[in-house]
Design a protein. Structure first.
Length: 180
């Protein structure tokens, strides 16, 4: 983000803030959807984060750290929404099909299995995985965005990925039993 734009927004320039909000809005929404796995909650969290950016921007000490600071606000908003309302939609169980690469149904089954496994993770684990793997942030920046030590980010990534693998494997073991 352009530091001059951030400084102008800090000084109350609404046009500068609008430019920031437009630049960050889509990215915030995509990240919130990745963390919360619910479009409505993600929209609410995005709005809350953008509002928090506007309200708290004058207190930002280092405008060059705007990106990490704003991600931290988004993570907080996602966690607040996720803990406030746990309304996960029921998942439709699809029967497994053969694993041909050109099979769109197989791809849907894989995505469905991954989605079910991802929803089983805690918000903290999902947040670290999304910021690291979806956004491509290195773990030190993930830690900064989450307001946690780097070692904790490493631990959450490790345990989250292990839980994700375990959930997918358990789902694969259970699928043949459900087909009976």
């Amino acid at each position: 983000m352009d530091v001059d734009l951030v400084v102008r927004a800090q000084q109350g320039d609404r046009a500068s803030y609008t430019a920031i909000a437009r630049a960050m809005g889509g990215r915030f929404l995509a990240l919130a959807r990745g963390i919360l796995r619910d479009a409505d909650l993600a929209e609410d969290a995005t709005q809350q984060a953008l509002l928090a950016v506007w309200q708290d921007l004058p207190q930002l000490r280092d405008p060059s750290r705007f990106e990490a600071w704003s991600y931290r606000l988004l993570v907080r908003a996602c966690h607040a929404e996720g803990y406030r309302e746990r309304r996960w939609a029921d998942n439709v169980r699809l029967l497994p099909t053969d694993d041909r690469l050109d099979d769109p149904v197989g791809s849907i089954v894989d995505r469905d299995q991954l989605e079910r496994a991802f929803r089983q993770l805690s918000l903290e684990h999902r947040t670290v995985i999304v910021l690291h793997h979806y956004l491509g942030l290195p773990l030190d920046r993930v830690a900064d965005a989450c307001g946690i030590p780097t070692g904790t980010a490493h631990s959450r990534l490790h345990h989250g990925m292990r839980a994700l693998r375990s959930a997918v494997e358990a789902d694969l073991r259970q699928a043949p039993r459900e087909a009976m």
